[in-house]
Design a protein around this ligand. Structure first.
Ligand SMILES: CC(C)(COP(=O)(O)OP(=O)(O)OC[C@H]1O[C@@H](n2cnc3c(N)ncnc32)[C@H](O)[C@@H]1OP(=O)(O)O)[C@@H](O)C(=O)NCCC(=O)NCCS
Length: 186
């Protein structure tokens, strides 16, 4: 039986309230990260704000939040979670790799693959959904690699960097994921 929370490059863990919020606050001072990650207006967040958000949202049973750490050296590099719409077996998932040195090296994609296994096997969900900004090509490609399909586009939905952008809706069903697992095991 494989470890539910371990992938090829990363593991999903609880966050350490003593050390993690300070590191996460550093990420949120990087405006490129903030703009990729959040629809809201960019604003530096301190460690207290981050910890309050983790406690507020991560404390809910239907809203698990994980820290993403490297397998190689246990370094905190990101955060991810989901909000479960229980009656429908659907969940909105999100992922943030905050350490820029770990962008584009497969860490986020690996974390999402671990998370999908967790969502479908442990929570028995029927589907996972997400929204991504149209300019975030790296994220869109990463989700495609995980098997998420493009399900729709909200045109002109966002105002960022002085212009309008589309918001892309993507999703993967349990059946899609199971077929992908079968194909990978052949
Ligand atoms: C989005 C994120 C989770 C992706 O994880 P990752 O580990 O960096 O992604 P990967 O390295 O596995 O894959 C990135 C893919 O995007 C491609 N890519 C990168 N920049 C690109 C661009 N400008 N246009 C098109 N493709 C691009 C890469 O070539 C790679 O595809 P490939 O493996 O087919 O070559 C991570 O980068 C991250 O969290 N970034 C900051 C915050 C963020 O954007 N969060 C998502 C909010 S929806």
């Amino acid at each position: 039986m494989n470890n539910l929370f371990t992938g090829q490059l990363v593991k999903l863990t609880a966050s350490n309230p003593e050390t993690d919020p300070k590191i996460m606050a550093e990420w949120h001072r990087d405006t490129e990260f903030f703009r990729l990650a959040y629809g809201r207006i960019a604003q530096p967040w301190n460690a207290k704000t981050i910890q309050e958000r983790i406690e507020k949202y991560g404390g809910e049973l239907n809203e698990p939040i994980f820290a993403i750490r490297t397998l190689a050296d246990d370094k905190l590099i990101g955060q991810m979670g989901m909000w479960i719409d229980q009656p429908h077996g659907d969940a909105f998932t999100w992922i943030l790799i905050g350490e820029r040195d770990y962008w584009g090296k497969g860490y986020g994609t690996d974390a999402m693959r671990v998370f999908m296994r967790y969502a479908f096997q442990e929570w028995n969900l029927h589907r996972l959904s997400l929204r991504v900004f149209g300019f975030n090509k790296r994220a869109i490609r990463s989700y495609e690699k995980c098997g998420f399909l493009h399900e729709g586009v909200n045109r002109n939905a966002l105002q960022k960097m002085g212009q309008r952008w589309e918001e892309v809706w993507m999703g993967i069903t349990r059946g899609d994921w199971e077929r992908q697992q079968m194909a990978d095991s052949r």
